[in-house]
Design a protein around this ligand. Structure first.
Ligand code: AGP
Length: 609
């Protein structure tokens, strides 16, 4: 997720664009840049790192002009560097692009353009857009952008300027937000309203496949059929803080709701339903290597550790490779038996967790092959590992991990399917089935997100409880752990996740009318066993909240409260079942007056032991 800003009017666009980028820095902050047109020339300033570095750059080398575009980056393709910072230009340097999104087929486009003589200066997917526009440019920027978009597959929010014509900015969007700020003899472009509020309150939310020409005194929008479209001008009443959270009260709530998009962004360009393929261009693990390894050893902390526990089930079921999961702070001080026949996987949203990084270094010392799953390109863990598979979730600001967790699960599903294909342990039909299941997850997640009101009502009943037990079995047991962690870390209620079958070995002694029990009871091969566990707890006075599939009638008489979720294949159910638990912990925390986004004693990235 990146932030883009544009301006055309009578003020110095560099100042306005920079100030807009400051408001969008939460969307990405590994590099930034601004381009303006002045005296029929393009002037660009780009800097790696935080936005303040761009400010210093511009202070030392001022730029000004009445038309400009800018970008603050969250890298998805190509490490954080000045060369990879936006804006990107074509070969002539006349056409300049800033982009938020993912171009799925950028490799194929880049190869074709290189054959046609285009020279590339960056590793990004975005740069292909600038050269594609150049290919079609015959003097009319609008038509060139329109033609270029026909070749592109993926998500984009795009702003384009050309030094041949400083009277207009061309913008377009598909599956990434782009908003126009309507001013008087000036107009604005931004990824979200927070960058506009200092100047305008009248905004237009572009719709998918819209392409628009923005002049200082006019805005013309065209739909995908090329017809001029009338889009409603809306008045924004948010204040600046609310706007940064896109109107959500907390970043955590915003990030819960982003999960349909971030799951899709993580598999976008990596699965092909048409030709039944998994495409992981950054993972260089061969079939021969997979056939010789003795086991897979996963290492992580906290929520990322829970993602690893889910992955164990996937790995062993789909590839028959033995898998173990370790907590990094234990692993690094243990005596793990590692060698060249072990694949070690390190899961970390931040890519900076000290224990996980130390464990990775230990694994490398012992000769194990390493693979990292990270959300931050260029982070220490992603740089240290032999292989890396990035989640494309954008910055996760809330300390409690939500979208990064489902992004990690998505990346792990892709990885395990890739391994299964290479090992030949899944048939073509099974693979097609799994890919289709993954493809449909974002829609199922969206259905889940609609349960928030029901969950809020249940949270009202339980928010003053002092303790909670979370129960589940098999591939959902890690989700019981994750749900309990979420409740602990943001509402400070003591909560334990347990394998439901383990209760009779001691913990059931805890059950009485003061111990509420959350149970994951969705369709699975152990569903009947979970029902029995619910009855055991209920018989001892516990109030039961059951996560169950829509249309499950029997659960209503077995439990006191129900949260219904769409049915998916058991293997993918963790992606769905975790969402109500995220909402539940969020609502309980807010009702208890806790600091949801920055809970006490916690940090977003634990870079110390
Ligand atoms: C998750 O809600 C917690 N904030 C925490 O457990 C986190 O998952 C853990 O610190 C690992 O962080 P990482 O994924 O950045 O390595």
């Amino acid at each position: 997720m990146c932030g883009i800003v544009g301006y055309i009017g009578s003020e110095n666009s560099a100042d306005i664009v920079y100030k807009g980028l400051e408001k969008l820095e939460y969307r990405g902050y590994d590099s930034a840049g601004i381009a303006v047109i002045k005296d029929d020339k393009i002037h660009i300033r780009r800097s790696v790192g935080k936005l303040i570095n761009l400010q210093k750059n511009i202070k030392n080398n001022p730029i000004s002009g009445f038309i400009g575009i800018g970008h603050t980056r969250w890298a998805t393709h190509g490490k954080p560097s000045e060369e990879n910072a936006h804006p990107h230009t074509d070969c002539s340097g006349k056409i300049v692009v800033v982009h938020n999104g993912i171009i799925e087929n950028y490799i194929q486009i880049k190869q074709q353009l290189q054959k046609e003589g285009h020279k590339f200066a960056s590793e990004t997917d975005t740069e292909v857009i600038a050269h594609l526009i150049e290919k079609y440019y015959k003097g009319d920027l609008f038509n060139a952008v329109k033609s270029a978009l026909k070749d592109i597959r993926g998500a984009y929010a795009l702003s384009v300027i050309c030094s041949d014509d400083d009277s207009r900015i061309i913008v377009a969007r598909k599956d990434a937000p782009l908003i126009l700020g309507v001013g008087k003899d000036e107009n604005f472009i931004a990824s979200d309203v927070s960058a506009l509020l200092a100047y305008v309150r009248d905004v237009i939310f572009l719709e998918n496949d819209d392409i628009a020409e923005i002049k200082k005194d006019s805005i013309k929008i065209f739909d995908k059929n090329g017809n001029e479209a009338k889009r409603t001008v809306q008045k924004i009443l948010w204040d600046a803080i609310q706007a940064e959270k896109c109107g959500y009260k907390h970043f955590m709530l915003k990030e819960i709701y982003e999960q349909s998009q971030t799951i899709q962004d993580t598999f976008r360009g990596r699965i092909s339903v048409e030709d039944n393929k998994i495409l992981l261009e950054t993972v260089k693990i061969s079939k021969d290597f997979l056939n010789k390894i003795s086991r897979i050893c996963i290492v992580a902390c906290g929520t990322s550790y829970h993602a690893g526990l889910v992955a164990k089930f996937m790995i062993e079921e789909l590839t028959s490779i033995p898998a173990e999961v370790n907590i990094a702070s234990e692993f690094r001080y243990g005596t793990p038996v590692l060698n060249g026949t072990v694949l070690t996987i390190f899961i970390s949203q931040s890519g900076e967790t000290a224990d996980t990084l130390a464990a990775l270094k230990l694994a490398k010392e012992k000769g194990a092959t390493t693979l990292a799953i990270c959300n931050v390109i260029g982070s220490s863990i992603s740089r240290e590992a032999d292989n890396v598979l990035y989640t494309h979730c954008g910055p996760e600001i809330g300390v409690a991990s939500t979208k990064a967790f489902t992004g990690q699960l998505t990346a792990l599903y892709l990885l395990v399917m890739d391994f299964a294909i290479k090992k030949g342990t899944v048939s073509e039909d099974k693979l097609a089935y799994l890919i289709k299941q993954m493809w449909d997850i974002p829609i199922k997640v969206t259905e889940c997100l609609k349960q928030s009101e029901q969950i809020l009502e249940i949270a009202k009943t339980f928010h003053m409880k002092k303790q909670f037990i979370y129960l589940a079995r098999n591939i959902n047991y890690p989700i019981a752990l994750e749900g309990a962690l979420k409740l602990k870390e943001i509402s400070y209620i003591y909560a334990e996740g347990y394998p439901a079958g383990e209760m009779k070995h001691g913990p059931i002694a805890l059950i009485d009318e003061n111990m509420p029990v959350m149970v994951i009871a969705t369709k699975s091969k152990v569903y009947e066993k979970v029902l029995s566990n619910i009855e055991e707890a209920k018989a001892r006075g516990a109030k039961i909240i059951a996560i169950a599939n829509i249309n499950n009638k029997e659960i209503i008489e077995k439990s006191d409260y129900q949260i219904f979720v769409p049915e998916v294949d058991e293997m993918f159910s963790p992606l769905i079942n975790v969402i109500p638990l995220q909402f539940f912990s969020y609502y309980v925390s807010t009702m208890r007056g806790c600091d949801v986004d920055q809970p006490r004693n916690l940090a977003k990235s634990v870079t110390v032991e």
